[in-house]
Ligand binder design. Structure first.
Ligand code: DQA
Length: 147
């Protein structure tokens, strides 16, 4: 059975009310429910975790190494542009991952164009709103991990 971990970075707990013109009206719970159902329908298991704290996200990535996680989908949010620690954690566990952004980070402020994750990721989805997570799950379901 495929085990997928979805990680959400800081302020994504506010989705629904946070800058709706940029991030839409969907809440994080609604996104997580959609993704969980999509995974279950396809015989996979999916676990979601959100934190506003860098150390919590680093710990969760480290745990993924031992808990049977086979694929990570991560929206590092503001940590995208700042966190060497989270990048290093993903490099250390060496699990395949997709970087997702709800907004098109390339159409926004210059500092959002820089990511500490994109070169390590299998791919990046940016600007497709909540659908971006669903496309990432679809990909993860069919991705074959190297032995
Ligand atoms: C974001 C884009 C980031 O630049 C920002 O800091 C976020 C959300 C997105 O999903 O579009 O918090 O990752």
């Amino acid at each position: 059975m495929k085990n997928i971990l979805v990680l959400h970075g800081p302020n994504l707990n506010l989705l629904g009310s946070r800058e709706p013109d940029v991030y839409g009206r969907i809440t994080l719970n609604e996104i997580n429910e959609r993704l969980t159902k999509l995974a279950e329908k396809n015989g996979a298991s999916l676990f979601c975790f959100q934190s506003n704290a860098e150390d919590q996200l680093v710990e969760r990535v480290q745990q993924a190494c031992a808990d049977g996680t086979q694929f990570i989908i991560i929206n590092p949010a503001a940590f995208t542009h700042t966190s060497v620690a989270l990048r290093d954690a993903l490099a250390a566990v060496a699990l395949p991952f997709i970087e997702v952004h709800l907004s098109n980070v390339f159409a926004r402020e210059t500092f959002r164009k820089e990511s500490f994750f994109s070169d390590l990721a299998i791919g990046v989805i940016s600007g497709l709103g909540a659908s971006g997570y669903e496309f990432a799950v679809q990909f993860a379901l069919h991705h074959k991990n190297q032995a």
